[in-house]
Ligand binder design. Structure first.
Ligand code: 0O2
Length: 221
C-alpha cells in the first residue's frame, strides 16, 4: 500500500465519520427547537436533558468485529446504526413517547426501526424507547442519508441505565448474579417511581388546568 492510498483511505474515513456529526447536529437542532418552543410557549418543558456522542473508532471496530461486518463504508452505514447516538431524557414516561412522536413524524425523518424497551423491558430491567432514523445531510457533494439512534427515556430510567452501564464495564461484562438481582430490583423501584411521579404530575396538572377542580380529579385527555 502506498502512502497516497493510506492518505486517501484516511480522508474517506474522516468524511464518513463527519457525516455522523452533521446528522447529530441536525437532530440536536430539532430537539433544541422543540425544547425552546415548550419553554417559551408552554408552561413546562418535557425535556430534562439531552446528550449525544459519535462512537469512537475503537468501539466501532470492536462492534464490526463482533458482528462480522465487512470493513466497507457502505456495509457499515447499513448495518451499524448507532455510530451517531442521541439520548433525550424526559420528566415522565408519557413525555418520552410524545417526544418520540414529535421527532419521528417530521417529514425529513425516516424511521428505520423502533425498539420499545419501555413496553418490553430487557430481562435485566433496562427500559428506553429506541428509534433508528435516517437523516438527510446536505453536503457540497450532494445528499447523504445518515442513520442516528435516538433513545428516549425518563430520568429514573436514565439513572438506572447509567449505573448499570458502569457496573457492566467494571465487572468486564461478567456481573455477579447477586448484583444482577439487585439491579433488577432497582429497575423495579425506578419503574415504581415513574408511575408515582406520573400520577402526581397528572393530579397537579388537573388541578392547574381546571380552576375549582379537586386535586384528585382525573386529568382530561
Ligand atoms: P453506549 O456506550 O451507550 O453507546 P448492541 O449495540 O449490539 O449491544 P443493538 O441491538 O444494536 O445492540 O442495540 P440496542 O439493544 O438497541 O442497544 C443499543 C444501546 O442501547 C446501547 O449502546 C446502550 O446505550 C443502550 N442499551 C441497550 N441495552 C442496555 C442495557 O442493558 N443497559 C444499559 N445501560 N444500556 C443499554 P452501547 O453501544 O452498548 O453503549
Amino acid at each position: 500500500v502506498t502512502f497516497g492510498q493510506v492518505r486517501a483511505i484516511g480522508q474517506r474515513m474522516q468524511r464518513f465519520m463527519l457525516e455522523y456529526e452533521f446528522a447529530l447536529s441536525e437532530v440536536e437542532t430539532k430537539i433544541t427547537i422543540l425544547s425552546d418552543e415548550f419553554r417559551r410557549m408552554h408552561d413546562y418543558n418535557p425535556i430534562e436533558h439531552v446528550s449525544s456522542r459519535v462512537k469512537t473508532i475503537d468501539s466501532l471496530v470492536e462492534k464490526l468485529d463482533r458482528r462480522g461486518v465487512p470493513a466497507e463504508l457502505e456495509a457499515i452505514r447499513e448495518q451499524i446504526t448507532d455510530i451517531a447516538g442521541i439520548r433525550v431524557t424526559c420528566s415522565f414516561v408519557g413525555d418520552a413517547y410524545m417526544l418520540f412522536d414529535l421527532l419521528t413524524r417530521q417529514e425529513d425523518v425516516t424511521v428505520r426501526i423502533v425498539k420499545d424497551y419501555i413496553a418490553q423491558p430487557k430481562p435485566n430491567g433496562y427500559k428506553s424507547l429506541h428509534a433508528i432514523v435516517d437523516i438527510p445531510v446536505f453536503l457540497s457533494t450532494g445528499k447523504v442519508l445518515v442513520p442516528v439512534e435516538i433513545q428516549f427515556r425518563t430520568i429514573a430510567m436514565d439513572f438506572w441505565a447509567s449505573l448499570e452501564h458502569k457496573i457492566y464495564y467494571k465487572y468486564d461484562q461478567d456481573v455477579p448474579a447477586a448484583l444482577l438481582a439487585e439491579l433488577k430490583d432497582a429497575a423495579d423501584v425506578a419503574d415504581a417511581l415513574d408511575t408515582t411521579m406520573d400520577r402526581l404530575h397528572k393530579r397537579v396538572r388537573g388541578a392547574d388546568s381546571a380552576p375549582g377542580r379537586t386535586a384528585e380529579a382525573p386529568e382530561p385527555r
